[in-house]
Structure formats: structure tokens, C-alpha cells
Design a protein around this ligand. Structure first.
Ligand code: FES
Length: 199
């Protein structure tokens, strides 16, 4: 009996100790969790708008800054590139950019941009996230290729406005991020034109 009583009190002690340890563990793990979710200065900076100097871009050239950890392309389309845009629309999945999530309202037009000349895109394939290749020359990926972006992972094709072809794995057009022109030679990625505020 004495032995049983000793065992019981030992069990009570162990149970109590486990509870305390468990409780302490909860407190110890809760604090870093809360800290983890507080946005750091670095995280805030990573979401900040990015200014892109396009003043020296020649027609046909592209720059690739990073915004929010993603590649962004700013392409200055030349006349030939712009002329291709109406030509293959019957082969595109969403030629009128009706899927609203893929661009801001001010880019819901044939050229998918504020100014026809400048195309701004997030350079990530809408299938599984590879980065497509820029191939401006016609005919490189078949007779229906007038230049655009080709994803090497599973063969998705996008035209020179980032609009996806039919019959490829990518379900939607490439994303146009929010952006505005601060002046003729400066694009600000991450801000809308209406208010100049952070998007
Ligand atoms: S990730 Fe681009 S086609 Fe699959």
C-alpha cells in the first residue's frame, strides 16, 4: 500500500512536471511564432515599389528588375512587335484579358499596358512557376510564332503582350503587376497610376 501511495505521488509529480514543461514549451514556442509574423524592415523593403529607369531602353530591348522577390520584365516593344498583337488572337486563350486577376484594369487592353510601347510583366509562368524565355524572333517555335515568351518547362507559349496560347499547360495570361510612370523615363513597379500610392 505504501508502495502504491509512493507510486501515485510519483505519478502525480511526473504528471505535474510534464504539464509545467508542456506549458513552458507553449510559452517558449509562442513568443518566437509571434515575432516571426511581425513584418521586419527587410520584409517591408521587399514589398516596396521599385523604380526602373527605361530612359535608355532601345525599341526591342528589355530590363529585368526584381519586385517582391519576383522577376519583372519591362520590354520596350518596337513597331513590328506591336503589329503582331492582332494577328493571332484566334489562337489565344484570353485575347481580351478577361481574367481580371492577371492585370490591373488599366492594362485590360490589346497591348496589356498603360502605353502600347512598354510592356510590364511578372516573369513567372502561370502553369507551375518557371521563368519563360524571351524570344522576339518570328518562326522560332513554329509557323504561328510571331515572337513572345516560351516556357521551357512544359512548352507554354505567350505572345508579345504575355497572352497565353490555346492548347498549352499554362491556364492564364502572364501577370501584369501594378505600375505607373513617374515620368517618361521611369516606371514605378508596385504603384498604381491613379494615386501614386503603394499597391
Ligand atoms: S511551368 Fe511553364 S509550362 Fe509548366
Amino acid at each position: 500500500m505504501k508502495q502504491d501511495g509512493a507510486d501515485k505521488s510519483k505519478r502525480r509529480f511526473l504528471t505535474g512536471a510534464a504539464t509545467v514543461v508542456g506549458g513552458t514549451g507553449l510559452v517558449l514556442t509562442a513568443v518566437p511564432f509571434i515575432n516571426y509574423w511581425l513584418p521586419s524592415a527587410r520584409t517591408k523593403a521587399a514589398g516596396a515599389p521599385v523604380e526602373v529607369d527605361v530612359s535608355k531602353l532601345e525599341p526591342g530591348q528589355r530590363v529585368s528588375p526584381e519586385w517582391r522577390g519576383k522577376p519583372v520584365w519591362v520590354l520596350r516593344r518596337d513597331e513590328r512587335m506591336l503589329e503582331t498583337l492582332p494577328e493571332l488572337e484566334d489562337q489565344l486563350r484570353d485575347p481580351e484579358s478577361k481574367v481580371a486577376s492577371q492585370q490591373p484594369p488599366y492594362a485590360q487592353n490589346r497591348h496589356r499596358s498603360l502605353k502600347p510601347e512598354y510592356l510590364v510583366l511578372v516573369g513567372i509562368c502561370t502553369h507551375l512557376g518557371c521563368s519563360p524565355l524571351f524570344e522576339p524572333e518570328p518562326g522560332v517555335y513554329g509557323d504561328d510564332w510571331l515572337g513572345g515568351f516560351f516556357c521551357p518547362c512544359h512548352g507554354s507559349k505567350f505572345d508579345l503582350a504575355g497572352r497565353v496560347y490555346q492548347g498549352v499547360p499554362a491556364p492564364t495570361n502572364l501577370v501584369v503587376p501594378p505600375y505607373r510612370f513617374a515620368d517618361d523615363g521611369t516606371v514605378v513597379v508596385g504603384e498604381d497610376p491613379q494615386d501614386g500610392g503603394a499597391a
